[in-house]
Design a protein around this ligand. Structure first.
Ligand SMILES: [Zn+2]
Length: 270
């Protein structure tokens, strides 16, 4: 069984850049089937853009796809009580399985007080919060993305203040995987997804592919493979490449099951 804990119905990258959102969804479902991916988390952006649907539109579009689990989001710098109420309702109805926050894209630290009501909401529903961490792309026409907000070390602050909050560090803080390893090792409530490291059908045997493999190996030896969730960041990464990449990491079979689906099943109560 495979659960992809990090996908998007976006129109970006070489796979979906020329499609409409409906086409992106269709291709996602097709690639899941072709690669024996049983379920996938589809992560909403914090706002509607030319490349991303709003959370509500994404929920409507994916309604029929029962093997997808939606992850909500919100504009942390401008949210209102109404936005929190909507997330509360969606979590209550199990229409979303967690909430993702986009630190570097919005320029806020995860430990800022403005985030606390969101963490309390996640705690109320025992739902994970996912942080985008590490490399943060400069998107044309968007406010300048700043990586200092995306450093995984800041997550330690949240993990200690909210020890029952389930936290997922997306992308393992790439390139700061050693820092992420320590945050995972130290905090029982923190996990990481391995998505977005080898993208656009990358050559796994290239110098870059080897570097990424070595970095993940260093991370899981230091912390544990049981702290990792399989994820791709599709449509940025190829599902086929990512399954092969994950299998090449040298993780023992019984631990690999935790990475491929058991950790996600437990965290998202699937
Ligand atoms: Zn992503």
């Amino acid at each position: 069984m495979i659960i992809d804990a990090h996908t998007h119905v976006g129109i970006w990258g070489t796979k979906t850049g020329k499609l409409a959102f409906e086409g992106s969804l269709k291709l996602l479902l097709k690639e899941m089937k072709a690669n024996h991916v049983d379920r996938a988390l589809v992560i909403a952006n914090y706002k509607k853009t030319n490349f991303n649907l709003s959370m509500v539109d994404e929920l409507k579009l994916t309604r029929e796809a029962k093997n997808l689990i939606n992850i909500g989001s919100l504009d942390v710098l401008h949210y209102t009580e109404k936005d929190l109420d909507l997330l509360d309702e969606l979590l209550n109805k199990k229409l979303i399985g967690g909430i993702k926050l986009h630190l570097g894209y919005q320029n806020f630290y995860p430990y800022e007080k403005i985030c606390h009501p969101i963490y309390k909401l996640c705690l109320k529903h025992d739902a994970p919060v996912i942080f985008h961490t590490g490399d943060t792309l400069a998107i044309p026409g968007e406010p300048a993305a700043k990586v200092k907000y995306s450093h995984p070390l800041h997550v330690d602050e949240v993990a200690t203040e909210f020890p029952s909050l389930k936290i997922i560090i997306a992308h393992m803080g790439n390139p700061w995987l050693v820092d992420c390893a320590e945050v995972l090792y130290k905090n029982d409530n923190v996990y990481a997804d391995i998505s977005g490291l080898v993208v656009e059908d990358a050559d796994l045997n290239s110098a870059y592919g080897t570097l990424m493999k070595n970095r993940i190996q260093e991370l899981y030896v230091y912390s544990s493979p049981r702290k990792l969730l399989y994820g791709t960041d599709w449509p940025l990464a190829s599902m086929k490449t990512y399954v092969n990449f994950t299998k090449s990491l040298g993780i023992a079979k019984r631990d690999l099951d935790y990475v491929f689906y058991k950790n996600a099943v437990e965290l998202f109560k699937l």
